[in-house]
Design a protein around this ligand. Structure first.
Ligand code: PLP
Length: 422
């Protein structure tokens, strides 16, 4: 008889276990990369197919007719997303891509004057964010070398909030930080950082790519100025899925840095006037025609999040990563691994950051055995057990497979360099 301990019991007690059936979980493989691209759910597939059907049956009239009228889809999804991140419904819109939304928001919120000319960011953030900030500075005639301040990490993995706060000097006009660091999985204290920024009259925004759908947020309560994210990671909106942005209601009347006709007051949009009259909601920050077929999967996907609730999702996610770290500790002692993410619940996001000098080829070896991790150079193996579709049994099995690969030195048959897509 199998003794009911550990993973068997954890799976039995899992309140969210029935959600797994809502997903295509990829046959025999153990998918631990939902923080790069979430899996397809049957509901996301259905809402996408319904939108295709709306096109087939209604042609141009699909804008206002059919199962999911296109003209208001971005606003309706913004409203539903708002409840996931503690925002008001007027403050959120589904639009654009992560990087485009960042450009839009910095173009809108970065108002350098004689005294404040700098943008504050960090040394560990995702490269696209840095490229966008550099080009936004250059567009204002400011040299990125002088005006982009990147706070350094003390250990190359984590950021100290004290260091970020110490860098909030009176020449800083705008701060952009990640909610969760994409490599180490560190969750920053957004509430504290926002308060410290506002005490110094600095605008602050966050990149939520690695927290939305994994971690609850209270953007309105924390009074964050702006935020943006992609919907294809934890929110399972599909490859290249339309992204999202949040603008605090204090700011929704600002003129967008990049205006376009889909930012118009919807009543006036088809007046075709040459004077821009923006919506008085986050919708004003849309630019052009929404990417309906890249947006539609979210209609189905979000219903799963609404049913599960962010509180339960976060609880299970923490339990999964805790269990994974315990298994790593127990089973992999002999193999020079280290845990790179913060250990405390309130400081870690949705993935485990496992460090090893041979990380690139360990990942290749894991894939050959049906475990899907991802690799971030030079030494990070990211393992993301996802609350809605990963079981504790899978976490257990993944670590057993990793142990076997290390024991048999199976990884040595690969070279220790990354693939084009890592
Ligand atoms: C995934 C990710 C992006 C991706 O930006 P795209 O415009 O969707 O390619 C940007 N920033 C962070 C922090 C990310 O994790």
């Amino acid at each position: 008889m199998v003794e009911k301990t550990g993973y068997v019991l954890l799976d039995e007690q899992d309140e969210l276990k029935s959600f797994r059936e809502a997903f295509y979980t990829g046959g025999p493989s153990i998918y631990l990369d939902g923080n790069s691209l979430g899996l397809l759910s049957k509901r996301a597939e259905q809402s996408l197919l319904e939108s295709l059907q709306d096109w087939r049956e209604h042609g141009i009239d699909g804008w206002t007719e059919g199962t999911h009228p296109w003209f208001t889809m971005s606003e309706q999804l913004g409203e539903r997303l708002a409840s996931l991140i503690g925002a008001k419904k007027e403050e959120v819109i589904v639009t654009g891509s992560t990087t485009v939304n960042l450009h839009q928001l910095v173009a809108t919120f970065f108002s350098p004057d004689e005294k404040r000319t700098k943008i504050l960011a960090d040394d560990l953030t995702f490269p696209s964010d840095i490229y966008a900030l550099q080009s936004q500075l250059a567009l204002r005639g400011l040299s990125p070398q002088q005006h982009l301040v990147q706070v350094k990490s003390r250990d190359g993995r984590l950021l100290a909030e004290e260091d970020l706060i110490a860098a909030m000097k009176d020449d800083v006009a705008l701060i952009l930080l990640p909610s969760v660091l994409y490599r180490s999985g560190q969750l920053l204290d957004m509430k504290r950082l926002t308060k410290e920024a506002h005490d110094r009259n600095i605008i602050i925004g966050f990149d939520l790519c690695h927290s939305i759908g994994a971690v609850p947020h209270e953007l309105s309560e924390w009074d964050v100025d702006f935020a943006f994210w992609c919907n294809y990671k934890y929110l399972n909106g599909g490859p290249g899925s339309t992204a999202g942005l949040y603008v605090n209601e204090r700011h929704t009347k600002r003129t967008p840095g990049l205006t376009g006709w889909f930012g118009s007051n919807k009543e006036k949009q088809f007046d075709m006037n040459h004077v821009f009259e923006g919506a008085d909601t986050a919708g004003a920050f849309q630019i052009g025609t929404p990417h309906i077929l890249s947006t539609a999967p979210l209609i189905g996907s979000l219903s799963l999040f609404e049913e599960a609730g962010m509180k339960r999702i976060r609880e299970k996610s923490l339990q999964l990563t805790r269990y994974m770290m315990d298994e790593i500790e127990r089973e992999l002692k002999a193999f020079q691994f280290a845990i790179g993410n913060p250990l405390e619940d309130e400081r870690r996001g949705g993935h485990v950051c496992l460090l090893h000098a041979e990380a690139a080829r360990i990942c290749k070896s894991l894939k050959e055995f049906g475990v899907i991790p991802d690799f971030r150079a030079p030494d990070v193996i990211r393992l993301a057990p996802i609350a809605l579709y990963t079981s504790f049994t899978e976490v257990h099995e993944a670590i057993q497979i990793l142990k076997k690969i290390m024991t048999d030195k199976h990884y040595e048959k690969f070279s220790n360099v990354r693939e084009v897509i890592a």
